[in-house]
Write a protein that binds this ligand. Structure first.
Ligand code: KG4
Ligand code: ZN
Length: 339
C-alpha cells in the first residue's frame, strides 16, 4: 500500500510540490508563483507558464525532499495534476512525474485539479466528514457539488459563463488594479462602501443552483465609465462588486444546503481565500445550523499539497496508471471513478 506520495501541481501559473505521508500527514510543501511574471501581460501567458515550470519544478522537488528529510527512494507514489488546465503547463508536471515514477519503479496517478481543491479542506485538523456540499470557486470554475466520498461527486450547479475568480480578475483589470485581480480587488474593497452603487445578484431570483457572473462585469464597466477616474469611486465599485459576488454565492449555498438537507459545507478554490466570503458563509452557517470548513488560506489557491493528498487517496486504493504521459486541458469531473 502506498503511503508516501510526492504531489506535483503545474496546471496554471503556480508550481506546487508537496510530500504527503499516510501515517505522518503533510511532511513538506513548497510553492513558486509566477504571478509577477504574468502581471506585465495582464493575465497568464501559457507558453511562458510552461517554460517557467520547466525551470522551477525540479529544484522545488529537491527542496521539498530536503524539508521532509526524505530521499527519492523513500517515495512510494507520485501524483501529478493531469487536468484540467493549460495543456503545456500540465505536460511539464505530467512528464516529470511519470518519468520519476518510472525511474523509481513506483506507481503514478494523474489527479483531477478540481478533486484536489474539493479534498483540500481534509488536510486541516478536524476535517469535514463525508457527505458534504462543496462550493468550488476558482479562476476557471464555479461549482456546487454534493460529495459522498472520494470520487463520488454530483454536480448541483455551475456557472453558465464566467467563473467567480475570473469575474474578480476581469473586474480588477477594468478598475486598473492589475494582476492577479482577486486579492487586489479585495484589498481595494476594504476602503470602499458597498452601499454607494447598486449591483444585481445574478440568477438569485429564479430557482436552481447555476451561476452567471458575466453581467456583473458589464454592470461594473458601465459604472466605471460614468463615475471612473476617482479613487473613491474605484473603492466603492470594488466593494459593491465584491458584496454582489459574495451575496450571490451565499444565497446559492443556502439553497443547496436546504435542498440536500446537508449539515456541512466545504469551500475551496482561490476565491475561498476571500475574507468577505468566508465571514459571510460562516455567519450564514451559524444562523442555519450548518458547519463551514475551509482549507488554510494558502491551500485555497493552487498548491501541491492538495494534489499529493488527492493522489494519496487514489494510490492507496490501488490506482496505478500505464506508463504513458496523460494530460487533459478539459476533463469533466463526472468522468472520475469512485474510490
Ligand atoms: O484555485 P486558483 O488558485 O486557480 C484556479 O484553479 O483557477 O484560483 C485563482 C483565482 C483567481 O481568479 C484569483 O483572482 C482568485 O482565485 N482569488 C481571489 C482571492 N485570492 C485569489 N478572489 C477573491 N479574493 C481573494 N482574496
Ligand atoms: Zn485551482
Amino acid at each position: 500500500m502506498t503511503v508516501r506520495v510526492l504531489g506535483i501541481e503545474t496546471s496554471c501559473d503556480e508550481t506546487g510540490v508537496a510530500i504527503y505521508d499516510g501515517d505522518l500527514g503533510l511532511m513538506a510543501h513548497a510553492l513558486y508563483s509566477q504571478a509577477h511574471i504574468h502581471a506585465d501581460y495582464g493575465g497568464v501567458v501559457p507558453e511562458i507558464a510552461s517554460r517557467d515550470h520547466v525551470r522551477k519544478l525540479l529544484p522545488l522537488i529537491e527542496r521539498c525532499l530536503q524539508d521532509a528529510d526524505c530521499t527519492r527512494r523513500q517515495l512510494e507514489g507520485i501524483a501529478y495534476t493531469a487536468g484540467p488546465g493549460l495543456i503545456g503547463a500540465l505536460l511539464v508536471g505530467a512528464s516529470l512525474g511519470r518519468a520519476l515514477a518510472f525511474a523509481l519503479q513506483i506507481p503514478a496517478v494523474g489527479v483531477h485539479h478540481m478533486e484536489g481543491h474539493v479534498l483540500a479542506p481534509l488536510l486541516e485538523p478536524e476535517p469535514p466528514l463525508f457527505p458534504f456540499i462543496a462550493l468550488l470557486v476558482s479562476g476557471g470554475h464555479t461549482m456546487l457539488i454534493e460529495v459522498a466520498g472520494v470520487g463520488r461527486y454530483r454536480l448541483l450547479g455551475e456557472t453558465l459563463d464566467d467563473a467567480a475568480g475570473e469575474a474578480f480578475d476581469k473586474t480588477a483589470k477594468l478598475l486598473g488594479l492589475g494582476y492577479p485581480g482577486g486579492p487586489a480587488l479585495a484589498q481595494c474593497a476594504l476602503h470602499g462602501d458597498a452601499g454607494v452603487f447598486s449591483f444585481p445578484r445574478p440568477m438569485t431570483d429564479r430557482p436552481g443552483l447555476d451561476f452567471s457572473f458575466s453581467g456583473l462585469k458589464t454592470h461594473t464597466r458601465n459604472l466605471w465609465q460614468h463615475h471612473g477616474g476617482e479613487d473613491q469611486a474605484r473603492e466603492n465599485i470594488a466593494a459593491g462588486f465584491q458584496a454582489a459576488v459574495v451575496d450571490t454565492l451565499v444565497i446559492k449555498c443556502r439553497r443547496a444546503m436546504q435542498q440536500t438537507r446537508s449539515a456541512h459545507l466545504v469551500v475551496s478554490g482561490g476565491v475561498g481565500a476571500n475574507m468577505a466570503l468566508r465571514r459571510a458563509l460562516s455567519r450564514t452557517g451559524r444562523k442555519h445550523g450548518w458547519n463551514v470548513s475551509y482549507p488554510r488560506i494558502e491551500f485555497c489557491t493552487d498548491n501541491g499539497a492538495m494534489i499529493a493528498f488527492a493522489g494519496y487517496q487514489r494510490l492507496r486504493a490501488g490506482a496505478c496508471e500505464p506508463e504513458t504521459i496523460a494530460a487533459r486541458a478539459r476533463w469533466p469531473m463526472a468522468e472520475l471513478h469512485p474510490v
